[in-house]
Design a protein around this ligand. Structure first.
Ligand code: A3P
Length: 282
């Protein structure tokens, strides 16, 4: 897999990222030239946790209608832009990010910007991530599931490790009123209620009918049908793409062996037990 280490984490180095990608330079520019704006909204997640999905309904909430935003979330992807491009974006900016908390500019916290953190159970993240890196030609990854499983557990995947990513965001922000945590599984169980929570967090006072329409129009089947507008042309090996693959809770069961599941459970249990963070796996 094409990854490099910078500031204690792993980052993609494919050409579809700006400059090819020189992460040291990008972070240097971030440190020196980036200014958060109080009306920025950041949507933070570990990869494969429902970032595209949340981009869709959060745009609906911003636009005050239930129409698909009809563009790729990658256009608003923080790390995929040079800092001067981010500076040129008009306010209010919606910035999608996979940055681990310790690499996030403190200015965002100091200026009290709103942040929505999306989390998903790590077994489905792992299975989804496996399909993602296998599906995008530029990763040049053809390892099998057993190989990827070990990489994921060691944290040797993009933006890894998953554990420190979620733990850090959670411990630093769980009591911050400007940060809202959403879980993929809760959204699957009741999308309407979760979209409404986001609307209220963003200070909107829409009626339930509009929230219900937003939920209908951002469900998996509708988004998959409309996927073309949201995928980058040519990055996937198959025409199916991987941003809208299965959209289910529990697909991990098609990948994990019993022994892998037991090992995974032991690690997650030990690492999350004092955090109050819990995930649903089916
Ligand atoms: P699967 O690979 O398990 O299907 P991200 O956008 O963060 O890359 O996450 C991608 C995952 O979210 C994929 O999971 C994708 O299918 C799923 N997803 C995308 N849109 C969704 C939706 N509207 N509802 C539920 N899951 C969705």
């Amino acid at each position: 897999m094409l990854l490099c280490r910078c500031r204690g984490h792993l980052w993609p180095t494919m050409e579809l990222w700006p400059k090819g990608y020189d992460w040291n330079k990008w972070f240097e520019e971030l440190d020196n030239n980036f200014a958060a704006r109080p009306d920025d909204l950041y949507i933070a997640s570990f990869p494969k946790s429902g970032h595209h999905w949340s981009f869709e309904f959060i745009n609906m909430i911003y636009n005050g209608n239930a129409d698909s935003v009809n563009k790729s979330k990658l256009e608003n992807f923080f790390e995929m832009h040079e800092i001067r491009e981010i500076e040129e974006m008009p306010s209010p900016r919606i910035l999608m990010t996979h940055l681990p908390y310790d690499t996030m500019p403190q200015d965002v916290i100091n200026k009290k910007c709103k942040i929505i953190c999306i989390m998903r159970n790590p077994k489905d993240v792992c299975a989804s991530h496996f399909n993602h890196v296998r599906g995008i030609a530029e990763y040049k990854y053809d390892g099998d599931w057993n190989h990827f499983f070990e990489l994921f557990l060691k944290g040797e995947v993009e933006n890894g490790p998953w554990l420190s990513h979620v733990k850090d965001w959670w411990t630093h922000c769980k009591d911050n009123p400007n940060v809202l945590f959403l879980k993929y599984e809760d959204m699957k169980h009741d999308l309407f209620a979760n979209i409404k929570r986001v609307g209220e967090f963003l200070g909107k006072t829409y009626d339930d009918d509009l929230y219900r329409k937003m939920a209908e129009n951002s469900n998996f089947d509708v988004m998959k049908k409309n996927a073309k507008a949201k995928e980058l042309p040519g990055i996937f090996k198959t025409t199916d793409g991987t941003f809208f693959r299965k959209g289910k809770i529990g697909d991990w069961k098609n990948y994990f062996t019993v022994a892998q599941n037991e090992r995974f459970d032991a690690v997650i249990e030990k690492e999350l037990k004092d955090t109050g963070l819990k995930f649903q796996y089916e």
